[in-house]
Write a protein that binds this ligand. Structure first.
Ligand code: HEC
Length: 134
């Protein structure tokens, strides 16, 4: 009887350990959201905003201030000197290997083409500028 109880306890401990290991690997939910001030957007950036909200916002947040699933792009890491526009085209086409954050990798976003990304960049840059990131 005690033997049975002990083996059940061991099984529970092993499963708990496995669960901890599994939940630590891969993408992690975190909160790195930032408050974003939304400027009056140019026509190009407004189109970019719709594209951003349809294709990027579920991770990067509706205003690009981040969410529990992805980092804010309104952040000094992503100012033009550090991540030039090329980084956006590459991110959408090829995805991004996790390096600045611990959300896991960004998958490619095949639903946007280069012209879409040009508009998305216009949106992100205008919002960055309004928030002191340039
Ligand atoms: C499934 C979630 C997800 C979606 C959807 C997503 N991203 Fe990302 N993105 C991430 C994560 C996570 C990172 C951070 C990777 C790191 O550096 O740790 C990231 C990083 C980036 C970077 C930085 C690239 C670099 O070189 O460091 C850019 C730019 C970017 N995303 C743009 C976009 C754009 C534009 C879209 C929409 C077309 C988009 N993302 C959609 C999750 C996402």
């Amino acid at each position: 009887m005690t033997g049975k109880v002990i083996s059940i306890l061991i099984a529970v401990a092993v499963l708990g350990g496995l669960f901890l290991i599994l939940s630590k690997s891969g993408g992690k939910r975190q909160n790195t959201e930032v408050k974003v001030k939304m400027p009056v957007l140019s026509a190009l950036a407004q189109t970019g905003q719709s594209l951003f909200q349809a294709n990027c916002a579920r991770c990067h947040g509706l205003s690009a201030g981040g969410s529990s699933w992805g980092p804010p792009l309104i952040h000094k890491y992503y100012e033009p000197n550090h991540h030039a526009d090329g980084a956006f085209y590459r991110a959408a086409a090829n995805g991004v290997r996790a390096h600045h954050w611990r959300f896991g990798n960004m998958p490619p976003v095949p639903s946007v083409n280069q012209q879409d990304v040009t508009k998305i960049i216009a949106f992100v840059r205008e919002v960055q500028k309004a928030n002191g990131i340039f």
